[in-house]
Write a protein that binds this ligand. Structure first.
Ligand code: GDP
Length: 252
């Protein structure tokens, strides 16, 4: 099994990834008082709550060309991706739209920002590794996904969801290989270890350590939709990615 890689990444989109490398990404001036942090998290969650369905595409060329930072969500099927997107956007059905018959193998885009002033896009990519999918469909999808991740010009960040009880599996690692060049060029990358409520503290720390080693870059966080663990940190990470990308004009 392999992810079909696309030939080469596009030149860095000016402004969209403004930083040289994930690891030495300058940290934003931290609002030190706890109240400021809570306020920033509240604002980030309020912004995420504006998410609404934008469009769906079965093939790359059907995606609209957007001059807005786009953050892709990827993960094995059943990793908890839909639940995480719904939790972050505080909507019950948004990402489940991606599970409707006919849309499971589509890239679904959600717009963020108040109506009339869209400032970013979330891209929900189809879950991979689902055993029941015919091989030809899997391969086609791996190719579309790899091409998307390597060549989407306005891609401003990638969030990978993984169930820490299983760790990063072969397809996750292959996908890491696909995105590594862009991450090394500075594309922000976050691994959310979902369903953290199923692990005790020791297991959580171990999962964090192992995943950090496996990822070899980017940020790793624990996340639980059930216990709302990591929700604010993930929301702040998403907001930071968009704030660090170039200010884009309205697309409406
Ligand atoms: P997807 O296929 O990656 O979109 O995964 P889903 O979001 O549909 O989640 C797969 C399963 O994991 C479902 O049964 C969810 O209820 C469960 N799940 C997702 N997030 C959590 C979580 O934070 N805690 C627990 N305990 N279960 C979760």
């Amino acid at each position: 099994m392999r992810f079909y890689n696309a030939p080469s990444p596009p030149p860095a989109c000016p402004g969209v990834h403004a930083t040289p490398s994930m690891n030495d990404r300058p940290s934003r001036p931290a609002p030190s008082p706890a109240a400021d942090g809570a306020d920033a998290a509240r604002q980030a969650l309020g912004w995420l709550h504006t998410a609404r369905f934008l469009t769906t595409a079965a093939q790359l060329h059907q995606l609209p060309q957007l001059d807005l930072p786009e953050i892709a969500f990827v993960g094995r099927s059943n990793a908890g991706k839909s639940t995480a997107i719904n939790t972050l956007t505080q909507q019950t059905q948004l990402a489940y739209a991606s599970k409707k018959p006919g849309r499971t193998q589509h890239i679904n885009l959600f717009a963020l920002g108040r109506q009339g002033s869209t400032d970013a896009v979330l891209a929900d990519l189809p879950g991979y590794g689902y055993a029941a999918v015919p091989l030809a469909d899997k391969q086609r999808w791996q190719r579309v996904m790899a091409n998307y991740l390597v060549s989407r010009p306005n891609l401003a960040g990638i969030v990978m969801l993984a169930d820490p009880r299983h760790g990063l599996k072969e397809l996750d690692e292959l996908l890491l290989e696909v995105i590594r060049p862009r991450v090394e060029q500075g594309l922000p990358f976050l691994i959310l270890l979902t369903k953290a409520d199923k692990l005790n503290r020791t297991e959580q720390n171990k999962a964090l350590q192992i995943t950090r080693l496996q990822a070899g870059g980017g940020t790793v966080m624990l996340f639980s939709a059930l216990k709302r663990q990591g929700v604010e940190d993930a929301a702040l990470w998403l907001r930071d990615v968009v704030d660090d990308a170039a200010p884009a004009p309205d697309d409406e």
